[in-house]
Design a protein around this ligand. Structure first.
Ligand code: FUC
Length: 774
């Protein structure tokens, strides 16, 4: 039945006897949610529903109520987050006493610790309670000696939740009431909080042990360890990761609070007459926003936890778009900066999640394409646009074309393969490979030979949230091409499945993933002629139905250029379009220009990465500026990225964390690229960053790189070759740089061109390339 439905819609989309895209252009709205029309009715036959699809919710609040009734009596109030240590603090003066609160979330001890202190003895008096936010069915909130215990059971799926808060005062008295604890006249107080659920990332029930024992033990262990050891272990753990990379553009440490700094930057972007930032202040906030993306990676994505969702782990109250995992760009973008920013292990939760999603995704492959995996078989796994910690098992959701995202799994695995390319970790590759092969085999079977297009196509396909349902949207073609490429490479590295390679190559060679249109643009759809127009068979050229129509973004009745750049995936995050393939690069530039520089927060981040790949530093830098100073469509006052706002997307000023991660990834791409088999140093350095340094940025092949530059020209590059292997690097006049090992001895270098050199490296050795005359 599925196969018949699939065949019918494929043929219909290829039938150009009446309509350019197979269906009457007026008959469908094929974009975003609540999609209607004939094409959608056909697609619905292959799609699932969001039954049981819920969203995350807040767990509990810790309330600390003291004696301050008049805020005006409080002075010198400072709230602070130290990105280097992962310590947050609040301090203030009240009635002649200086109070400090310090907070951190410890990965090694898996607790949240709070320390309250004052500069005089006996000054801490407050009560503390836990407030349930789950609105579950069996609330239990009581104290047991010095500990508050809060338990509940979720209404939606019966999941058990539990939190415990232990109060450890020094000096003074402590009284436990029914559901809160009162502390009087203490010198200092430590609060230790731990929470958990009986969720386990395992099909089919996703249930593990009741969390009570584990939480109690965690709390006891942490209490026995004591605050200062908890803190030093946390700081060690966090700062070991954070300090691996440094970036500076000759800025000074700003002397004003970050919100004021950001406001000055916004004044500059908005040209609103407000106070302007100095050059050094501009550089400072650009760097802070960069490092904030690294901080969020460390704080939000560690082994043993779920990967970051649309709000990371910082969502609150109503989670927009269900706070889920969106696989048509968002979750992948969360992991774009991880490897180059020297935080490789933070990608592992994502991989662990994909390993389980793979099992669930076989059901989606069967129900949408009729490609079944009986017990023990691995015939293909798919994820549509949406998933959750419970693994969504069908493609998308009826009446929402955005859900139809058959390349979700191929794209997701691109991030995973990159982990291997950066680390060279063969064990990781061996574990990953079966999943790569499974998706390659799926597409080997699922591709449809289009007589009309004379190529293999993904059918039906949908270019994320833009235009009509069609056969062979560039987005799908590009990811499938890249997936074959990576899988073939992996099979060759591992020396396996040699008999499968020829057929993968055969399919890959007939995908034509990048097609150039009449305006010189990369075509988003096969039928596209000029930008926004399409033609097929004997039919006349028409407007592309649903082109640019989505999310109600119009401004004065006009739709802005679309926020997705799905036809440019071959430029970033894939690498089929590159400076080494100029005919495609020119087309990519035409398409990039069509999309303009304005966009939602995450889309600006994608554009930043794309422009960085073109080597056009000034356009990339304009995106840096409009992200940092973009307010509702850039960084909010607390530095979280916002989806929309401004003139377009008025109803969408929503915190969405991929904009943060995408920004950090984009800055990495401006400083160093390595996707073409060699390292490009400083490939898109704007004049505003003409003086600076980077330490610890990572290139594929596991070359950890330090760079210093002055007036836009590099003084030196230092690489630590973590894996050994041949180094190939490119930079203006690199052949004239002197190459030495760590003892200062010159080493033999192969000069490939004025700008490109290559040399053999030893595992663990350090090499320096120094501008001659320095
Ligand atoms: C994609 C985007 C939207 C939003 C949502 C979470 O569907 O098109 O702009 O970011 O994900």
């Amino acid at each position: 039945m599925i196969k018949k439905d699939l065949d019918n819609i494929r043929k219909k989309l290829d039938d150009k006897s009446e309509h350019v895209f197979g269906f009457d252009g007026n008959s469908y709205q094929a974009c975003g949610t609540d999609t209607k029309g004939e094409a959608m009715d056909w697609l619905n036959k292959l799609m699932g529903d969001l039954t049981g699809y819920d969203e995350p919710q807040d767990f509990a609040d810790i309330f600390i109520s003291g004696n301050i009734t008049d805020e005006s009596e409080v002075s010198s109030y400072v709230r602070d987050l130290d990105l280097r240590t992962g310590l947050a603090s609040v301090s203030y003066n009240w009635k002649g006493v200086h109070y400090t609160r310090e907070y951190f979330n410890s990965y090694p001890d898996n607790v949240l610790a709070v320390h309250l202190s004052a500069d005089q003895k006996g000054c801490l008096s407050f009560s503390v309670c836990l407030k349930d936010c789950t609105h579950g069915t069996s609330l239990l909130n009581h104290t047991e000696a010095d500990t508050i215990i809060l338990k509940n059971t979720l209404k939606s799926n019966g999941m058990k939740t539990e939190a415990q808060l232990k109060v450890i005062p020094e000096g003074g008295e402590m009284t436990a009431e029914t559901d809160y604890i009162r502390v009087s006249h203490a010198d200092s107080v430590t609060l230790i909080f731990a929470c958990s659920t009986d969720y386990k990332m395992e099909l089919p029930a996703f249930r593990g042990e009741d969390p009570h024992e584990a939480i109690s033990q965690r709390i006891q262990r942490a209490a026995a360890k004591g605050y200062s050891s908890l803190k030093s272990d946390h700081v060690k753990d966090h700062s070991e990761l954070f300090s691996r990379m440094e970036l500076g553009f000759n800025e000074d440490v700003p002397q004003i609070p970050t919100d004021e700094l950001l406001q000055k930057y916004r004044n500059m972007i908005e040209n609103n007459g407000g106070e302007l930032p100095t050059e050094k202040e501009q550089r400072a906030i650009e760097v802070i926003c960069y490092q904030f993306g690294r901080y969020l990676t460390i704080a939000g994505s560690r082994k043993g936890a779920l990967p970051t969702n649309l709000q990371g782990v910082w969502g609150e109250e109503h989670f927009k778009w269900g706070g889920d995992y969106h696989f048509n760009i968002n979750i992948q973008m969360n992991y774009w900066p991880t490897m180059a920013s020297n935080l490789g292990e933070c990608l592992l939760p994502y991989q662990d999640y994909l390993d389980v999603l793979r099992e669930a995704g076989r059901t989606a492959a069967a129900s949408a394409f009729g490609i079944k995996s009986e017990d023990g078989e691995e015939n293909g796994w798919l994820v549509g646009c949406f998933s959750t910690p419970y693994m969504f098992v069908t493609m998308g959701q009826k009446n929402n074309a955005a859900g139809w995202n058959p390349v979700g799994s191929a794209w997701a695995l691109l991030n995973s393969y990159e982990y291997y390319l950066y680390t060279g970790d063969l064990e990781f590759l061996k574990n990953l490979y079966p999943s790569l092969r499974e998706v390659a085999n799926f597409w080997d079977k699922a591709l449809y030979w289009s007589e009309y297009q004379k190529r293999y196509v993904s059918a039906p396909s949908y270019s994320p949230e833009n235009g009509p349902i069609a056969n062979g949207a560039a987005y799908d073609q590009q990811f499938i091409w890249q997936h074959f490429e990576n899988t073939i490479q992996a099979a060759e590295i591992l020396g396996v499945d040699q008999e499968l390679i020829p057929q993968w190559k055969e399919k890959q060679s007939k995908l034509d993933p990048v097609l150039v249109g009449k305006d010189g643009q990369v075509k988003e759809w096969f039928e596209e002629t000029h930008i926004g127009k399409a033609q097929a068979g004997e039919l006349e050229e028409t407007d592309i139905p649903q082109w640019r129509q989505s999310l109600g973004a119009e401004c004065n009745g006009e739709q802005p250029p679309h926020r997705h750049l799905s036809h440019l995936m071959a430029l970033y995050p894939c690498n089929m379009i590159s400076k080494d393939a100029p005919e495609f690069m020119d087309a990519a530039m035409v398409s990039l220009k069509e999309r303009g520089l304005d966009a939602t927060g995450w889309s600006k981040a994608h554009k930043l990465n794309l422009w960085a790949r073109t080597g056009h530093a000034e356009e990339a830098f304009q995106l840096v500026r409009s992200a940092v100073g973009g307010g509702n469509s850039g960084f909010l006052t607390n530095l979280f990225s916002s989806h929309g706002g401004g003139e377009n997307y008025k109803e969408y000023p929503i915190f969405q964390i991929d904009g943060n991660f995408g920004y950090t990834a984009g800055v990495n791409e401006m400083l160093l690229q390595s996707q073409l088999g060699y390292i490009q140093f400083l490939p898109a350095l704007p004049k505003e960053w003409e003086n600076g340094y980077v330490k610890g940025i990572v290139a594929r092949g596991n070359f950890v790189t330090d760079m210093e530059w002055t007036s836009g020209l590099a003084d030196s590059f230092t690489i630590t070759s973590q894996n050994g292997g041949r180094f190939i690097g490119e930079y203006k006049d690199l052949a004239s740089y002197k190459v030495t090992d760590s003892l200062g001895n010159s080493i033999p270098v192969e000069i490939c061109s004025n700008d490109k050199i290559s040399f053999a490296t030893q595992k663990g050795a350090v090499y320096r390339m120094l501008k001659t005359g320095c």
